[in-house]
Design a protein around this ligand. Structure first.
Ligand code: GUN
Ligand code: ZN
Length: 434
């Protein structure tokens, strides 16, 4: 089995830079090396020492580029790729005007397959090696996504979206079919190769109590699956949930009452939370997912990163395309930074890079498996050119340390900054200078 040695600057994390001072959480090597064999990272160390110790390894010289873990997008909607950047609406209108009409088009399995492939190719071009995606209501939408990801060798998490009310005909299932179709997809995909299944009620407004309970029962029967949904994204949405569930203590309670609150739950957005909701998320160890470009694009509000991290709630980072306005986790980090500024708590570049890799992986219960540049992790790796445009290069040229060199790429970078991408130990994207 051929070994590969990637040489360049390397960035790894040994701890959560929100939990300890960021300097204690990072390991940067000016001339580092990453030894890869059989799809896994074997060792990360000093480049020249690794080269001397492993003359058999095939060398991949990335010069000054920065080798890190592949980006992990913890919440997105692949069916919405075709309508990203649709103008002028807020959440409920945006769903009705743009999202549902596009999701209806995935009734055609060929269109679903093409959309899945387009999305995965865009993700890889942007340095994202894992996507956590909602499907449409159609079971074949999940098959299409898993099949396309399998062809790329990518680790993905996905599920068929369940909705049995407040959605157009053609986009609804019912409590029983949502349960049975999801169960069949779990049997087919969960744990097959690199695929994992997430039980996927879209959000409380589009599921009856009966459907939420059926999916809660399914999760109880398959507790190693993830469960993904949306929580407290916009104030109008929360008011609607109150009308639909007058007996619920709050939005989270609509899930909790149905057995849909648990440690392997992923709650997207989680912006306008009440104290009880934060307490319950913290108590059960459930994860929230920050979707900053979506939150500004749809006008949802400002996520409280500092407050939730202070409660030790796991936080993932995500594009939420097509509510999010970019496929790039660099642009997503930039938006997280901007929201942090508006909240008065700027995030350090180390924290941003951690969120896009280790943080998302932790939310997905895949710490040490993906999103990690360290021995034993799956070799999903993204190599960043820190001088990919003249605007970035002229700023980075003045940098006095790696953070000052990296931050312009976080704030201004896009797919042009992606020098190479490795998936399961294979280089699948390579661009720019050798
Ligand atoms: N809430 C329910 N469905 C969606 C969706 O598709 N995107 C976003 N951003 N929020 C949602
Ligand atoms: Zn979403």
């Amino acid at each position: 089995m051929t070994a590969h040695l990637l040489l360049g600057q390397t960035l790894s994390f040994t701890a959560d830079p929100f939990a300890v001072p960021w300097r204690e959480a990072v390991r940067h090597r000016r001339r580092g090396g990453v030894l890869v064999r059989a799809g896994r990272i074997v060792e990360v160390g000093e480049g020249d020492a690794l080269a001397a110790a492993h003359p058999e390894a095939e060398r991949h010289e990335y010069g000054d580029a920065l080798i890190g873990a592949g980006f992990v997008d913890a919440h997105m909607h692949y069916p919405q790729t075709g309508m990203i950047a649709s103008w002028g609406k807020r959440l409920i209108d945006w769903l009705d005007s743009y999202t549902f009409p596009e999701e209806l088009r995935l009734a055609d399995p060929a269109y679903a397959a093409a959309t899945a492939e387009t999305t995965l190719a865009l993700a890889l071009a942007h340095g994202t090696t894992t996507l956590t995606s909602f499907g449409t209501v159609h079971a074949h939408s999940a098959d299409a996504f898993f099949e396309a990801a399998e062809a790329h060798g990518m680790r993905v998490i996905a599920g068929k979206t369940c909705m049995d009310r407040n959605a157009p005909d053609g986009l609804t299932d019912d409590a029983r079919s949502a349960h049975d179709d999801s169960a069949a997809l779990i049997a087919r995909w969960h744990g097959r190769g690199r695929a994992l299944y997430a039980i996927t009620p879209r959000f409380s407004p589009t599921s009856s109590r009966e459907q939420l309970e059926a999916l809660g029962a399914l999760w109880a029967a398959h507790p190693d699956c993830l469960m993904q949904t949306h929580l407290s994204e916009q104030t109008d949405e929360i008011a609607w949930v109150r009308e639909l569930f007058p007996e619920a203590r709050d939005y989270l309670d609509t899930y909790e009452a149905a057995g849909l609150l648990g440690a392997r739950g992923l709650y997207g957005h989680a912006i306008h939370l009440e104290a009880r909701e934060i307490d319950r998320l913290a108590e059960v160890g459930a994860a929230v997912v920050h979707c900053p470009t979506s939150n500004t694009f749809i006008g949802s509000g400002l996520f409280d990163m500092a407050g939730l991290k202070a409660r030790s709630i796991p936080v993932g980072l995500a594009t939420d395309t097509g509510g999010g306005s970019s496929f790039s986790m660099l642009r997503t980090m930039a938006a997280a930074y901007e929201i942090g500024q508006l909240k008065g708590t700027p995030l350090h570049p180390a924290q941003l890079m951690w969120l896009a890799t280790e943080g998302s992986a932790g939310a997905l219960h895949l710490s040490g498996t993906i999103g990690h540049l360290g021995a034993g992790a799956e070799a999903d790796i993204t190599v960043l050119d820190l001088a990919s445009t003249s605007a970035i290069a002229q700023r980075a040229a003045r940098a006095e340390d790696i953070w000052e060199a990296l931050f312009p790429t976080i704030m201004m970078g896009d797919d042009r900054a992606v020098r190479a991408v490795w998936v399961a130990g294979r280089e699948v994207v390579r661009s720019g200078a050798a």
